[in-house]
Design a protein. Structure first.
Length: 324
């Protein structure tokens, strides 16, 4: 893509005041702390700004990369030339009206869980340890303890790539286990309405502490990482076990390439011990994936997504496979 002109950037600044950044190192915003410089990052503040941005890009046949808090993204070492729209704290408003909660898609999920606890609203305890935005959580129908945020959703507001806004009921979102319509319709979630149930604050706080304690024991916390690298396959789970168990059985805990390390704490996590490159992580993912495939016959699919410099997204386990 050709670089945007000064006129283009001025128009974008008008659409999204105080939301334009240039030359940010992606390693500064990446959960993995990996990635080169991004030419342009735009952080809208509301649904109207998102819609206007999509109309502006659509009129110029430009497809921006849309991201949240990057919890499952691995950015290229060379950075990002495509324009990037980041849904984050500027779209993190929360309004509580009785048992109904209206929240922007950029709200940080653990912060939302705490806010609901203080309001005495139960049902969202299971999301308290998930490090991402509400928009990403809704898109993936994420949660823990086999629960999904979709159970609490009343409506979801979104913007399509032509700048048209949509509102869907929970039924129309096609929620299923870790699935929703937003994984295939290329729309940008901008806000949602949740409905919760009253519950004593102490009971909510106690459950959240238990969940967070379990996560601290199971998962690495200190080193940068993107969470689980590989998806859980139900058939593989029944025959072999979860990805972390299969990886651990093959002796990969503690395996290192450059600054990337298979976590000694949990084998389905790859952590950045300092100075890891995207190539280090990709090499380690391929090494682990090939070994599990050879031993079990199951080809694990990556949850981690690689972001090419032109903004294309690709499952991280497929990058070197296709380039080999």
């Amino acid at each position: 893509m050709d670089r945007l002109s000064a006129t283009d950037l001025a128009e974008l600044s008008t659409i999204c005041p105080d939301g334009i950044s240039h030359g940010i190192e992606l390693s500064q915003i990446s959960q993995w702390r990996i990635g080169g410089p991004a030419d342009l990052i735009i952080r809208p503040a509301d649904t109207n700004q998102v819609a206007n941005l999509m109309r502006w890009f659509g009129a110029r046949d430009i497809t921006p990369l849309v991201i949240g808090l990057t919890s499952n993204l691995l950015f290229a070492d060379a950075g990002l030339r495509a324009p990037c729209v980041q849904i984050g704290p500027r779209m993190g408003n929360i309004r509580i009206d009785g048992q109904d909660v209206y929240a922007g898609s950029g709200v940080w999920v653990p912060g939302l869980a705490r806010r609901l606890m203080r309001a005495g609203l139960g049902g969202a305890e299971h999301i308290c340890g998930i490090p991402g935005t509400l928009g990403g959580l809704v898109c993936m129908n994420g949660g823990s303890q086999r629960k999904g945020i979709g159970d609490l959703v009343v409506t979801v507001d979104s913007v399509d790539r032509t700048g048209v806004t949509h509102q869907r009921s929970a039924v129309d979102c096609d929620f299923a286990y870790r699935r929703s319509i937003f994984q295939s319709n290329d729309e940008i979630i901008t806000s949602c309405r949740l409905h919760l149930s009253p519950r004593p604050k102490d009971a909510i706080r106690s459950e959240m502490r238990t969940i967070l304690g379990d996560r601290r024991r199971k998962f690495p916390r200190k080193e940068p990482n993107c969470g689980s690298v590989f998806k859980s396959n139900p058939t593989m789970y029944a025959e072999i076990g979860p990805p972390g168990e299969a990886i651990e059985k093959l002796g990969f805990k503690g395996r290192r390439i450059g600054g990337a390390l298979v976590s000694p704490h949990h084998a389905n996590f790859i952590v950045n011990t300092g100075g890891a490159s995207a190539r280090d992580v990709l090499d380690l993912i391929k090494q682990v994936s090939d070994a599990v495939d050879a031993e079990t016959g199951f080809r694990m699919e990556a949850e981690a997504i690689f972001v090419h410099t032109d903004g294309r997204l690709q499952p991280a386990d497929r990058v070197l496979e296709q380039n080999s």
